[in-house]
Design a protein around this ligand. Sequence first.
Ligand code: ADP
Ligand code: MG
Length: 703
Amino acid sequence: MSALRPTILFPLFAKVTTLPGIGPRLVKLVEKVAGENIVNVLWHLPFGIVDRRFAPKVGDAPPGKIATLTVEVLAHAPPPPTRTNRGGRAPYRITCGDETGKITLVFFHAHGDYLEKTLPVGEKSVISGKVELFDGRRQMTHPDAIVPLHQIDDVKRVEPVYPLTEGLSPKVLDKAVRAALTKVPVLPEWQDAAYLQRQKWPTWHDAIALAHAPKDEDDLSPLHPARSRLAFDELLSNQLALALVRLKARVRRGRSLSGNGKLRAKVKAALPYALTGAQARSLEEIFADMASESRMLRLLQGDVGSGKTVVALLSMLAAVESGVQAALMAPTEILAQQHFETLKPLCDAAGVRVEVLTGRLKGAARAPIVEDVAAGRVHIVIGTHALFQKDVEFKDLGFAVIDEQHRFGVHQRLELADKGSGTDVLVMTATPIPRTLTLTAYGDMDVSRLDEKPPGRMPVATRLVNVERLDEMVTSVVRAVKNGAKVYWVCPLVEESELIDLAAAEERFAHLKTVLGDKVALIHGKMKAAEKDAAMDSFSSPDGAKVLVATTVIEVGVDVPDATVMIIEHAERFGLAQLHQLRGRVGRGGKSGSCVLLYTGPLTQTAKERLETLRDTEDGFVIAEKDLQLRGGGEVLGTRQSGMPEFKLADLTVHGELLAAARDDAKLIIARDANLETPRGEALRTLLYLFEQDDAVRTLRSG
Ligand code: ADP
Ligand code: MG
């Protein structure tokens, strides 16, 4: 991947296939569970232990306990030959013993040849496994280990237990880990010596070895010195990488955009409401950034419904007043379209030209707009991320707002600043991210918070309902529609089985149609743009559809103020943050809303707690914190599409303090040695490569 990676790390980035003694079929499984490089195997830490040090005489081995026994093989008893199916066959038995007693080894579906070879009669062997009592006699079914006497030390130890995958035996994975450990080089120390000493942490080399050789339960704790050290290494690499990328973006001069306030005044006058205190405060922070000479990179964090859109608009107008263009990037076409429809009348009121560019706009309709953007005749452009990245050229893009919804990687996000010349960037996130996670995703980015909802927001009563009561739900939806309600009905789309899920949504649509006729519309990702538009238009208009059956969160990421009911099927399959976002779609237009979380039982304890959290609070921050606690940081936002970093060694639910320390350390490093040129700096480069932050190191080279 990287031509720059230091040679000292090469052994760690060799493929798992190069490890000795693991065949191609098993390599696939090791790769599946850990990753394709040796370093990934090292990051695959044990979660349990089996103590095989207990080595009694056979006669003293207590049933129910794991024991390692040294025995002589006395007799083999293969199953009698039968013609019935294999499943019905008796097991293969081998009697062993020592001077104190006997034990029978039991093997189902055994290969006799193999057993005769590994356990020849008259030989001494070491077996390890759980001792059982059957008909008053000791037996051991499928021993975990069988080795000749001279290998007893390989077995008689505390064995780490690793996360596995189907078909992968503990033995094979253990072998892979042991082999990987032999590849671990001694690396230069990148941590501050005094800090290491204070924490009483081992060197990286020792920490890796210790983490894979737990002696008791305490050694498995994430707070154990070896594990803490490894977690801190990972967090420091994350914080340092962010700080470096950030530094680069900052150093390049921005431009001062201040404007005369005229356009903003016109739009404010056209707004049907006054700004909230939080909106006004955030705007002041944004305007101050824009006016300064250095490049702006700010995060606007606001719960769903907190009114980010108008903040984005007023910020963009400040840029337009300063004579530059502004862009708003939305994560999907529907949202881009929606933003356009919201902002167009306001821009018209100020005499500002706004256009939307989406993938569906083609040929003759598209060309003149693209041309006008390039010529600077369009002041504000709204579009999807993908579109901006492709072919749109601005005359002078001075300000970009990214309505990001966590679909971007950290570096992409920060490097977007490279697009224009000195373009100021405002990132808006809809999900309230706990402070710890903001740090890992953005580093010490400036944050403005919309922590106050616009007035007139009504509470949304939330209920959990078992899907067995679906018929009742349908009846109450029919009643609500008769009373004038607008209803979202969301069916989840799970990637693995998109077609099945689509079928489920279509079936629900058909079902609701039988009772509500053409008052129901369907929208999903596989529909053509025009069909989607038609469905949305119908649901938004006063005499159109009253129920919108939708497959994904994204399709519903829209603003239909008079929608009041949200029904979410298979709520247990959604992330908490997603559910919270969905629910935020109702209760907007001054009418109180209701939300039904339809679940399919039985619920796990965690699933139950998650849904109950949602039922009990509407505070996005409380929900996000709870989510973090229940699922761990990596998953809190549905990491896979989120662009949030996934940690392999750090666990933010317990390493929050280490994260803060890593941030402070990164700051200090940047202040003292921004080019990483001191001996510690050199070592830190190795750390960055170790955690595959190659992009961050590259910022150093290009200076
Ligand atoms: P989000 O932060 O989820 O993007 P929006 O910008 O879509 O929120 O705003 C949600 C709703 O609140 C919109 O209908 C918007 O018109 C309305 N709104 C925004 N700011 C205010 C305000 N200060 N007072 C009243 N309503 C507001
Ligand atoms: Mg929004």
